[in-house]
Design a protein around this ligand. Structure first.
Ligand SMILES: *Cc1c(COP(=O)(O)O)cnc(C)c1O
Length: 388
């Protein structure tokens, strides 16, 4: 065992071992559907779940196994499974761990497609998905029913940005034998150590910071516990969750620069958010590092950084037509979903339609601060605000 490395060094020094006689840093891209066995005995002895042999392209190649090992190391876990998107990884958790009659709890601010999935499970699969106040903390204990099997968390919620009290939620869940899954995409596994706070499964949308290129979709599930990983791996196999080795390579290409990019996104977002906070058009800055943000104290306790994503609330005197005009007037911010790439993005949300409870008030607009010069971004926002 080598000495424990810092996060930055871990992102650069890969577990990858190149083929003998061909020493190079990049992980090789291995394509295969069929994987050939040496003989029948070798075919019978390999176990796809243990990953002690290559059995079939869908169950992994040297390329995808390397990415899995790297992601587990970054997150402080032992096991990792790749999925073709972040949402596919989320769905895999639900289909692995829930059956008819089971109950799952999701935060009311959950990533909206996860809510769609929960509603589908309730409508067509004989399960119940119920939604809790993301700031419920230890109070989640009162919501856990005898048939509750899983609690989803998101830290912070990626639109309204509330920061949940993960240790309190995990303690209440574990007291009742309930598993906790964390969507840790916002922090890229760098700014929040989910396993140390008690969560059982960490989900990452690698589409965001790991890739960093706005060009690839992928998700991951990371665990510490072998039995839990095996349950997820069965669903992974049964649902045919393969990823392309080319895409796995693209994600790995982003890893060495991820922490530096993340820190640049963080610094840029805090600078733009601070400027927005000084503006009369904005009533609240929903960025976990700012005191306006629900769960700010929890962020200070549990996180050691922030990403590039935050939201603001416009003064209620501005209509949606006006804030839409503001969004359309931005020149450097692309109007689009996702985040984690070099380009800044913006998205207005109708939050009330997305959740059970949300106070009346101004329009919420979400910013993803990319890697452009912050002064240029602020100047762009300033000229767009003038159109209000
Ligand atoms: C993007 C995202 C996902 C889903 O990832 P995809 O790869 O786009 O499916 C899940 N959760 C959060 C918080 C995200 O931002």
């Amino acid at each position: 065992m080598s000495a424990k490395k810092s996060a930055q060094t871990t992102l650069i020094h890969s577990v990858y071992a190149p083929p003998p006689g061909f020493a190079a840093f990049p992980t090789a891209i291995h394509h295969a559907s069929t994987v050939l066995f040496k003989d029948v005995a070798a075919m019978r002895s390999g176990d796809w779940k243990e990953k002690n042999a290559y059995t079939y392209g869908l169950h992994g190649t040297p390329t995808t196994f390397t990415l899995e090992a790297r992601l587990a190391e970054i997150e402080g876990g032992n096991f990792c499974l790749l999925a073709p998107s972040g949402l596919a990884a989320i769905a895999m958790v639900d289909f692995a761990l829930l059956k008819t009659g089971d109950d799952v709890l999701l935060p009311d601010n959950v990533y909206n497609p996860n809510r769609e999935l929960g509603n589908w499970l309730t409508r067509d699969f004989g399960m119940t998905a119920r939604y809790y106040d993301p700031l419920v903390g230890a109070g989640i204990a009162e919501l856990i029913l005898p048939n509750t099997k899983l609690i989803w968390t998101e830290a912070p919620g990626s639109v309204s940005m509330e920061v949940p009290d993960l240790p309190a939620i995990c303690k209440a869940a574990h007291d009742k034998g309930v598993l906790v899954a964390l969507d840790n995409t916002w922090s890229a596994g760098l700014a929040l150590r989910g396993f140390d706070l008690g969560v059982d499964i960490i989900m990452q949308a690698l589409t965001k910071y790991q890739s960093g290129g706005s060009d690839v979709l992928m998700g991951a599930l990371i665990t510490r516990d072998r039995d839990l990983n095996d349950r997820l791996a069965l669903a992974h196999m049964r649902l045919g969750m393969g990823v392309s080795p080319d895409d796995a390579y693209l994600v790995m290409r982003g890893l060495p620069s991820m922490k530096l990019r993340f820190e640049a996104h963080d610094a840029g977002a805090r600078a733009v958010a601070a400027w927005l906070k000084s503006r009369p058009e904005i009533t609240r800055v929903l960025h976990p590092a700012f005191a306006d943000c629900p769960g700010h104290d929890t962020w200070k306790r549990d996180f050691n950084g922030a990403g590039g994503l935050f939201s603001v609330l416009f003064d209620a005197k501005y209509s949606e037509a006006q804030t839409d005009r503001f969004v359309d007037a931005l020149a450097l911010f692309g109007l689009g979903y996702s985040w984690g790439g070099a380009n800044s993005l913006v998205m207005p949300y109708r939050v009330k339609a997305m959740r059970a409870s949300w106070p009346d008030g101004g329009i919420l607009v979400r910013f993803n601060i990319g890697l452009e010069d912050t002064a240029d971004l602020i100047a762009d926002i300033e000229q767009a605000l003038a159109t209000l």
